[in-house]
Write a protein that binds this ligand. Structure first.
Ligand code: ATP
Ligand code: MG
Length: 158
């Protein structure tokens, strides 16, 4: 199984190195995190896409929190920022490729990060949900079963 504590601690450490002290990153893991057989590459892609959004759409000095809660048969994690938020009318389309919020103005992006993250979560048999308020911040929650549903990768399941 994957050691989630070590895995995410390493990723957070990498983020801290690249963001420097422009953002405060809070990192917390609780619960039963053993027995996770998920895919390293998928998990890393999900984390990086969500974390880069949280940082990109928050002002300097903003706080970004990462929390992971280990349950019996799944792990749940969320990334919460205190950034610009997303207008309600834009929220339902953001998981589609090339969709961007109407309030991102000059902040560059292609609109692929969330679509890719969702694809990775689904390959893993999990769920991704987003909660956001303009001017308050955004929280993206991911839940993944601890045992990777390998059959989802085989053509026979489609
Ligand atoms: P990229 O392909 O480089 O990730 P992107 O960040 O624009 O470009 P997504 O990550 O898919 O694309 O996000 C889609 C849109 O959702 C963003 O353009 C932005 O409007 C909104 N969004 C996503 N995450 C956040 C966040 N944490 N705070 C505010 N807006 C966000
Ligand atoms: Mg993005």
């Amino acid at each position: 199984p994957l050691d989630l504590l070590q895995f995410f601690a390493d990723l957070i450490e990498q983020e801290r190195e690249t963001t420097g002290d422009r953002h405060e990153l809070i990192f917390q893991i609780t619960g039963h995190t053993q027995g996770f057989w998920g895919d390293r590459g998928l998990l890393q892609q999900i984390f990086i896409n969500l974390m880069s959004n949280a940082i990109k759409y928050s002002p300097d000095g903003g706080t970004v929190e990462f929390h992971l809660i280990g349950k019996e048969s799944e792990v749940i994690f969320y990334i919460q920022d205190r950034g610009i938020g997303i207008p309600i009318k834009d929220q339902e389309n953001l998981f589609q490729s090339f969709c961007r919020g109407s309030n991102v103005d000059t902040i560059p992006g292609t609109g692929l990060g969330l679509a890719i993250a969702k694809g990775c979560v689904e390959l893993h048999g999990g769920d991704i949900t987003l909660f956001s308020e303009v001017g308050q911040g955004t929280k993206v929650t991911v839940s993944l079963p601890k045992v990777f549903p390998i059959d989802q990768l085989s053509p026979s399941s489609t």
